[in-house]
Ligand binder design. Structure first.
Ligand code: ZN
Length: 341
């Protein structure tokens, strides 16, 4: 009996040492220590031994059983440890995980914010679902005024008309002007960057786009301050050689109003094939109209200010020197395009 048990233990240990996987080792465990295993068969046979031999044989069998169980545990531990390094060739080049980056437009928004923060402007955020009052009426565009036609606005007719008119999807960031004035904290030096919505979609328009709006209001603010801020932006965003210029124009909510150009990056204002006359159109600006100040409960005799604003998409495309055949590609989530920036 004793010899039989030792033989069994040795067989088990020999087989375990050959096991290459944990599964193989477990199969051996079942074969030897399982309910129908070899050791169990021997234990059962002990019952048939003479009374005098039984206790000693039983004790021996239990010792062997414990030793076998211990061997099993050691083998499993060893395999677990070696599996951490098994099959790894440390000399192979690693797999570089894919990392994303911010969208071209998000990058531009952050850069614009940072540029204006440096000269004391602060960023605000106003509702995308806006009252007609803030988007049009307070900006010197009463109901039925023809100037409203330019915006191709989405009106939300499911929402009830409130004290400030219908609700719309804001078609421009200028809707933040009077909202900011209502805070009554001077000087106002706001940058409002937001999504805007217009019913337009073609190669140069998307129905959802971004604008940024600058507004400065204080005592004694004049056009030279505006020009200085525009020049500062042109140099900071487009490069130290660039300057801005303003041309007379007309907007309902500024008086006088201007269109803003920046000098061409190729010819620096001399004129070339790209720009024709040396300048590239950027957006609109002007001195805040007295009626708009009044709508914001600000006395136009005491305070004055300027505003400017234009599209983020267009501005960042101009910086990158991009001439996209179709602006909609910005929002088609095509990695072949997005990974280039
Ligand atoms: Zn040029």
């Amino acid at each position: 009996m004793e010899e039989k048990l030792h033989q069994l233990k040795n067989d088990f240990i020999a087989k375990l040492s050959q096991a290459k996987t944990a599964e193989e080792a477990r199969n051996f465990e079942i074969e030897f220590l399982g309910r129908k295993g070899k050791l169990t068969a021997i234990l059962r046979s002990i019952a048939g031994l003479p009374d005098a031999d039984r206790p000693k044989a039983g004790q021996m069998a239990n010792t062997i059983k414990l030793e076998m169980e211990l061997a099993m545990k050691d083998r499993m531990d060893a395999m677990e440890k070696s599996s951490d390094t098994a099959g790894i060739d440390a000399t192979l080049p690693g797999i570089i995980p894919q990392t994303g980056h911010l969208h071209l437009v998000t990058q531009a928004i952050r850069e614009i914010n940072t540029i204006f923060e440096k000269i004391g402007f602060y960023t605000v955020s106003y509702p995308e679902v806006e009252w007609d009052w803030y988007a049009f009426e307070s900006l010197n565009m009463p109901k039925e005024h023809p100037a409203r036609d330019e915006w191709e606005t989405f009106f939300i007719d499911k929402l009830p008309v409130g004290p400030k008119g219908l609700r719309i999807l804001t078609p421009h960031t200028s809707s933040g002007q009077v909202r900011e004035m209502e805070k009554k904290q001077f000087p106002i030096r706001m940058i409002n960057i937001s999504k805007c919505y217009r019913r337009q979609i073609d190669v140069s328009h998307v129905p959802m786009f971004h604008q940024f709006e600058g507004l400065m209001i204080d005592k004694g603010v004049n056009i030279t301050h505006l020009k200085g801020v525009l020049d500062y932006f042109a140099k900071s965003f487009f490069g130290p050689n660039r300057v801005a210029r303003i041309r007379p124009y007309h907007f309902q909510f500024t008086e006088p109003s201007f269109e803003v150009d920046i000098s061409c990056g190729v010819c620096l204002g001399k004129g070339c094939n790209l720009c024709k006359e040396g300048w590239l159109e950027l957006g609109g600006a002007g001195m805040v109209h007295p009626n708009v100040l009044k709508a914001g409960k600000i006395d136009p005799k005491k305070y004055s200010g300027f505003a400017f604003g234009w599209g983020v998409e267009r501005t960042c495309m101009m910086k990158a020197g991009l001439q996209l055949p179709d602006i909609r590609i910005l929002y088609q989530n095509d990695l072949r395009f997005l990974q280039q920036f």
